[in-house]
Design a protein around this ligand. Structure first.
Ligand code: G3P
Ligand code: MG
Length: 248
């Protein structure tokens, strides 16, 4: 199994054009000819894996409160679209299963970011990977990542041979090489706004492909590409796709 490193990954679907982490956002990315999407998964109170970024409902739905305190029954009819634009009224928070169905149907690759609510780092990875193992076959086009080491370690325990990405935040870890080896990752996903050229070179020296989030400006994509960054998460993936040098 070898990961087909994507050049362009639609961030939360294609969240520059549709409400993030909805089926509509996934379809929008696919309609643009984007081949991979990134989605965030977390659990409801009753442990249903859903696609959602924030720990609370406030920003991206017509409700409020903590996701971890709501059952799926309570979430499934919420409007997760009109906060973004009236035309998306009625978009719902998808379950992981519903999202995967669309992704498989549209022939997309997936970076599933395990984004647990606090305290549910292990459980979220377990539930998400258990479900994925029943419906996903193409492991050259599936990448599991998380900011939470516990989640990544759980992914490693459950499915050692699936591809993992080391997701790095604003602080570049001093022990990067150790982390890469420990988690036995296939790529390193770095913050485009804080990564330096020296850090990119350090990762390249270790022999790891690099993906960078979140890049919406062509100039930034080209600069990072000139440093050796391989691929980009973007809210506007069509714009970045048109403006980088793609080697097929
Ligand atoms: O996985 C890349 C990127 O999505 C990480 O940041 O906050 O957008 O999930 P965030
Ligand atoms: Mg994410």
């Amino acid at each position: 199994m070898s990961l087909k490193i994507p050049k362009i990954i639609g961030h939360r679907g294609a969240c520059g054009y549709a409400p993030e982490n909805t089926l509509e956002s996934i379809h929008t990315a696919a309609d643009m000819g984007i081949q991979w999407v990134e989605l965030d998964v977390k659990l409801t109170k009753d442990e249903v894996p859903i696609i959602m970024h924030d720990d609370t409902l406030d920003r991206t739905t017509n409700s409020t409160g903590n996701v971890a305190e709501k059952t799926y029954q309570e979430l499934k009819e919420l409007d997760a679209g009109s906060w973004y634009a009236d035309s998306f009224y009625g978009a719902h928070i998808p379950t992981l299963e519903q999202a995967i169905e669309v992704i498989i149907d549209r022939g997309l690759g997936l970076n599933l970011e395990i984004k647990p609510c606090p305290g549910r780092e292990k459980l979220t990875a377990e539930v998400a990977l258990d479900l994925l193992s029943t419906i996903w076959d193409d492991h050259d086009r599936l990448l599991i990542s998380s900011f939470q080491n516990v989640s990544l370690e759980t992914a490693m325990d459950i499915a050692y041979d699936w591809h993992r990405g080391l997701l790095i935040g604003e602080e570049f870890p001093e022990n990067i090489e150790e982390l890469i080896k420990f988690f036995d990752v296939s790529c390193v996903n770095v913050n485009a706004n804080t990564i330096t050229r020296e850090e990119v070179e350090q990762i390249i020296e270790i022999g790891m492909p690099i993906l960078s989030y979140t890049v919406n400006q062509p100039d930034q994509a080209r600069l990072l590409q000139s440093w050796g960054v391989d691929g980009f998460f973007s809210d506007t993936p069509d714009v970045i796709q048109e403006n980088i040098f793609i080697v097929h």
